[in-house]
Design a protein around this ligand. Structure first.
Ligand SMILES: [Zn+2]
Length: 103
């Protein structure tokens, strides 16, 4: 049941990492995935993604989104100016990257 990647027809990048899940959580996940016809990897990804989006949203309320600025070679805060996301330091336009973070 764990080897979703092997069963899936589509070739994807794989991250192989062993970790432990509680027995009750595992049972819940197995039932949930079966009921919803979801792969375990999809379910876990969705859980993490939702947490990630919530965090990005929370972060955006206190300051602009933070991502890597290739011009500065540093993590930078980006500010929204006339619907473009610009690096707060060098004003490099990262609208495409920042917009992707909110999808
Ligand atoms: Zn910059």
């Amino acid at each position: 049941m764990w080897d979703d990647a092997i069963m899936s027809r589509k070739k994807e990048f794989k991250a192989g990492k062993a970790f432990t899940i509680g027995i009750q959580e595992l049972a819940f996940m197995e039932k949930h995935c079966h009921d919803k016809n979801l792969k375990a990897s999809t379910y876990v990804n969705n859980l993490i993604r939702n947490e990630m989006l919530a965090e990005i949203k929370k972060e955006a309320e206190t300051h602009g989104p933070i991502t890597y600025c290739t011009a500065c070679s540093e993590l930078r805060e980006f500010e929204n100016i006339e619907d473009r996301w610009l690096c707060i330091e060098c004003h490099e336009d990262k609208t495409e990257v920042v917009s992707y973070m909110f999808k």
